[in-house]
Design a protein around this ligand. Structure first.
Ligand code: F6P
Length: 349
């Protein structure tokens, strides 16, 4: 078979490991040919692709990013986009498409499926916010990176008796903040799922000082916001989204800086902020993510050969399964709040 492969949305450690797995498993097990579309759906719309051979991908396991490039192009953003996309897949002689991406990329895959494209999805996102799978590859690596950063912030915060606010990624969900916050021993963990009270945060930090703990590390997701009221209005002005992509997602960032300023203003304690940003997305995947990405890639090839289209490979109870694409898209997988209310709670404040 001739398999088309693409990586869409924000890049993520482990994408290259999936590419390697699809190309090698496809060739060795089924004598498949694989072509890689460049820059996500944009490459399909512009008919830009490269042949992928096992020899050319064997070194990709540990490499971050995606050698195919990525974009946030949405074929459904224009009237003739879907038709052009479907026609190009046919012209390229692609029998089946493996789309590696998050909610947006897989949402497009699902819609193309209803136009007759034979597609299998592979879930990726560092945010871990994709429904239908317990974990996405890239999340583990991002948590490792954020945890290492928090460890480092702890020692400098301690030395200077400061409050340090660390802003991590997580547009809709607080998985990275919760995991890295717990792993890094954060004193506050603020997530998009639970609007926070600035005065409550300040009061807990004051109490820490009264107990003789003169430094605090606050971990906050980029998508977290204060409770409705004047603080929310003020935060929105600073952390106002700048550009919006073709899927309607705003570019976030700035809430950590705003909160650090407010903490310093209200408590008088010297405060700083650090935004980890794309450092969390780049670099080599952890061993866990390499294995998960490889398992997903091998299963995607198996799904193609079983003719199981319109599905996404997923991790459930430790096993790789295939779930309908519609189970994955449309609603983000929120944080398991018990992680905060039960696991993190005794260590916060
Ligand atoms: O891929 C998810 C994500 O990393 C979000 O956490 C973040 O808001 C967004 O991508 C950033 O995207 P971009 O790199 O396009 O600014």
């Amino acid at each position: 078979m001739r398999i088309g492969l693409l990586t869409g949305g924000g890049d993520c450690p482990g994408l290259n490991a999936v590419i390697r797995a699809v190309v090698v498993a496809g060739r060795r097990l089924h004598a498949d040919e694989t072509v890689g579309y460049l820059d996500g759906w944009r490459g399909v719309m512009e008919r830009r692709s490269v042949p992928l051979e096992p020899g050319g991908v064997e070194d990709l396991l540990a490499r971050g990013g995606t050698v195919l490039g990525s974009s946030r192009t949405n074929p459904f953003a224009t009237d003739d986009g879907p038709r052009v996309t479907v026609d190009n897949i046919v012209k390229d002689g692609v029998d089946a498409l493996v789309a590696i991406g998050g909610d947006d990329t897989l949402g497009v895959a699902h819609r193309l499926g209803s136009l007759g494209v034979r597609v299998v999805g592979v879930p990726k996102t560092i945010d871990n916010d994709l429904s239908g799978t317990e974990v996405t590859f890239g999340f583990h690596t991002a948590v490792e990176t954020a945890t290492e950063a928090i460890d480092r912030l702890q020692t400098t915060a301690e030395s200077h008796h400061r409050v340090i606010v660390c802003e991590v990624m997580g547009r809709h969900v607080g998985w990275i903040a919760a995991y890295a916050g717990i792993a890094g021993g954060a004193d506050e963990i603020l997530v998009p799922e639970v609007p926070f009270g600035v005065d409550e945060v300040c009061s807990r930090i004051r109490k820490r000082h009264e107990r003789g703990s003169y430094s605090s590390v606050v971990v906050i997701s980029e998508g977290a916001l204060p409770e409705p009221g004047p603080d929310l209005e003020s935060a929105k002005v600073t952390a106002t989204p700048r550009t919006v992509d073709q899927f309607g997602h705003a570019q976030l960032g700035g809430i950590g800086a705003w909160l650090a300023r407010e903490i310093e203003r209200r408590t008088g304690y010297e405060s700083r902020h650090t935004t980890l940003g794309h450092i969390q997305r780049g670099g080599s995947p952890t061993a866990y993510d390499r294995v998960l990405a490889t398992r997903f890639g091998v299963e995607a090839v198996a799904a193609v050969h079983d003719g199981t289209f319109g599905k996404m490979v997923a991790l459930r109870s430790g096993r790789i399964v295939r779930v309908p694409l519609e189970e994955a898209i449309g609603r983000p997988k929120s944080l398991d709040i018990q992680l905060l209310t039960e696991v993190a709670a005794p260590f916060l404040g």
